[in-house]
Design a protein around this ligand. Structure first.
Ligand code: TXA
Ligand code: MG
Length: 316
């Protein structure tokens, strides 16, 4: 299959939406990372996502909506969920909610769970695309399972060339990290994944927020320890690099590639995944045995950056 790069103009977006209506998968931009979309109500189309990504079937997908009223047709929103939606949608927040009994979402999307992860993205191309698809769009990040997420169309092409018919080229993802995921299906909200919506902002609305520990991750099988992995091993919180290591920096100190010279976390988030790809290539080129990564402050977006780095460095 030839993979076509579509412009993010009305023609390109329309063409992408037509592929979705016909049961295909399409790469599309969001403000977090690129998504690999398919019609969430079409079993075969959703099965195609798992096949294209080589994703285990037990790992459920997030469904993307164009407007709030549409979300209500598919899930039950608790008062807390409504409050979060009012404050953070459209934007980088995913809510895990009770699936409505009358929903026609493909059971493959939820991996058979009774909950559904939903979000309304803020990226204008994403919104127009979903609107024209005329159906909820199931979309994981547009990368091979376990590999680094993509923040531009060229990286999507590198991951999925020949596997999907089209990618909408919407430039660089504005945030660069996946959405924050909160489970609001039970009595108390639980953070399942750090992401583009900062913990501090969430705590302003919710008070303190329970974080699900690794050992209790039965409800979020996708939060496997090893994820986002470059081929070269990584070593984190490195102040002084060892011989034979390449250094991914943060701040003004000398490095091979730097997430942000000014120590700006927003900039570091935008750069994280593409720099992880680039430094992996550099490491292989110079024969480095390890990618050393400078310390990143564990506040704001730094919490999500550190979470992704930890998973990238994990051998589990
Ligand atoms: O920013 C994002 O969230 C991007 C863009 C494309 O929207 N999407 C994304 O999808 O990161 P993905 O599939 O790479 O990550 C979704 C995570 C997985 O870890 C999955 O296990 C979890 O969400 N998830 C999905 N449905 C769930 C559910 N019903 N309960 C618990 N976790 C769920
Ligand atoms: Mg992913």
């Amino acid at each position: 299959m030839e993979t076509e790069l579509l412009k993010a103009d009305i023609e390109g977006i329309k063409k992408g939406a037509t592929f979705i209506k016909n049961g295909f998968q399409v790469g599309f931009p969001t403000e977090t990372v690129y998504g690999l979309g398919a019609d969430a109500r079409n079993d075969l189309a959703v099965a195609g996502i798992f096949k294209s990504k080589q994703r285990p079937r037990f790992n459920p997908l997030i469904v993307h909506f164009y407007k709030f009223d549409d979300v209500l047709k598919y899930v039950e929103l608790s008062p807390t969920a409504v409050q979060l939606a009012n404050n953070f949608w459209p934007g980088p927040l995913t809510l895990v909610c009770k699936l409505r009994a009358d929903s026609d979402i493909s059971p493959l999307v939820t991996s058979g769970l009774k909950t559904l992860a939903v979000r309304i993205p803020s990226n204008q191309v994403a919104l127009e695309f979903i609107r024209l698809c005329g159906t909820p769009v199931a979309a994981p990040s547009a990368n091979r399972s376990g590999k680094i997420s993509t923040t531009n169309s060229i990286d999507v092409l590198k991951e999925l060339d020949g596997v999907i018919p089209a990618i909408i080229d919407g430039g660089l993802s504005e945030i660069g990290l996946e959405s924050t995921i909160i489970d609001v299906s039970g009595k108390t909200p639980i953070l399942l994944r750090h992401g583009g919506t900062e913990m501090e902002q969430l705590e302003m609305i919710l008070g303190s927020l329970e974080i699900r520990k690794q050992s209790k991750l039965v409800n979020s099988p996708g939060q496997l320890a090893s994820h986002y992995a470059p081929d070269t091993p990584m070593r984190l919180n490195v102040k002084t690099r060892n011989k034979g290591e390449v250094l991914l920096g943060f701040g003004p100190n000398e490095s091979d590639l730097c997430l942000s010279k000014n120590g700006n976390l927003t900039e570091a988030a935008v750069n994280l995944f593409s720099h992880m790809r680039s430094i992996d290539i550099l490491a292989k080129k110079v024969g480095a045995s390890c990618i050393a990564v400078a310390p990143i402050p564990d506040i704001g977006l730094g919490m999500a950056i550190n979470d992704r780095l930890k998973r990238a460095a994990s051998n589990d």
